[in-house]
Design a protein. Structure first.
Length: 365
């Protein structure tokens, strides 16, 4: 009987979130990504949705590794819950490695998991079947990678999330030569990111967002709040740069963003001048025109900082007339309604709200 290469999508195929795909050949299985999905409105009592890994648990002796493309929650967020069941090592780009390590410390059952950092271009062997290397792509978080998986039947290219940006904020461009090399050698299967693939044209560079943010912050007369994804490190850097330029201090609101900023700064992916970051207890005492708050909640998540602020339920932050709120994200498909409600709540309290339909404060990818 001819050996088969099995492709087992466990999440993220035909949906947004909980990205996880397994590849099986004879006695070896490797997994790409292990993410969460956030609940839809009406899923009361549900905090997170994780992939169903019963197929892998039944074959746990075959599982060689989990291979990570980048550090977004929909690609790494399920690791603390799934690793105790699979007991396999994780291989991840360096920023994702730092974020995963911090995340696993919070869950006792996963604290002893093995997480190894990888560098692009280095080949790793997993079992007898899989020869794996990573290549650099551009995405809205630094250190995003695609993965080339060599198998006895041919090469699989898993792109992870990507866009082609020739002027990324961190200066690390898409490794197109590596991709061309794989194409020349022949590819058995391409597993590609397809978010917004139906939209014609090109995605705007992150540099354009930096210019729009700089302009909005420079024109704001009062306090500024910037809501974005907790893991959008390049956006944090752009806000910090604008804060330094306009003499403002920045407070981070939202635990996940606080953790991401700490890890990214420690690993050198964020450059924050001394004196720019300040706790809320300090910025609360400053004049509004000297303050920027960076918050989570750009997707209208019910428990996020911005949503609680908008609903007047946040313990430390209230909206005041004259505040400028910049929502530096586009609603993920399905999140349009909660985002619109958040904007409405902010407007009712006298805030000026800037979002993607008003200015280029976010780009896809």
């Amino acid at each position: 009987m001819t050996s088969q290469l099995r492709v087992i999508p466990l999440g993220g195929l035909g949906e947004i979130g909980k990205n996880m795909m397994a590849f099986e050949y004879e006695d070896d299985i490797v997994i790409v990504d292990c993410g969460v999905q956030f609940p839809e409105e009406g899923m009361f009592g549900v905090d997170l949705i994780i992939p169903d890994v019963s197929y892998l648990v039944e074959r746990v002796d075959k599982v060689r590794a989990i291979l990570i493309t980048h550090g977004h929650e929909d690609h790494i967020g399920a690791l603390p819950f799934i690793l105790p069941q699979l007991q396999c090592p994780v291989y991840a780009p360096r920023l994702a490695h730092g974020l995963i390590t911090a995340k696993l410390k919070e869950r006792r059952a996963a604290r002893d998991s093995v997480v190894e950092p990888i560098d692009p271009g280095v080949i790793h062997q997993f079992g007898n079947a899989f020869e794996v290397s990573w290549f650099r792509v551009c995405h809205s978080i630094p250190d995003a990678m695609g993965i080339a998986i060599g198998t006895p039947l041919g090469t699989i290219i898993h792109t992870g999330d990507f866009k082609i940006d020739h002027t990324p904020v961190d200066g690390r461009i898409f490794d197109l030569p590596s991709l061309a090399h794989y194409g020349d050698d022949g590819v058995l299967l391409l597993c590609s990111d397809s978010t917004y693939a139906e939209v014609p044209g090109y995605t705007t560079s992150e540099q354009v967002v930096g210019e729009a943010l700089d302009r909005a912050i420079g024109e704001a007369e009062g306090r500024v709040m910037v809501a974005t994804f907790a893991s959008l490190v390049s956006r944090v850097q752009q806000v910090v740069d604008a804060a330094e330029k306009y003499g403002r201090k920045v407070s981070i609101v939202g635990r996940s963003m606080v953790d991401t900023v700490a890890v990214s700064t420690e690993l050198g992916y964020l450059t924050i001048p001394p004196g720019i970051l300040a706790p809320l207890s300090e910025t609360r005492k400053l004049p509004p025109e000297k303050v920027i708050l960076m918050t989570t909640g750009s997707q209208g998540e019910p428990t996020s900082a911005l949503v609680r602020i908008a609903k007047q339920e946040h313990r430390d932050v209230n909206i005041a007339a004259g505040d400028t709120v910049i929502i530096s994200a586009t609603p993920i498909p399905g999140n349009e309604l909660p985002v619109s409600r958040t904007i409405d709540n902010l407007l009712r309290q006298g805030a000026k709200v800037i979002y993607d339909r008003i200015a280029t404060v976010h780009v896809h990818g």
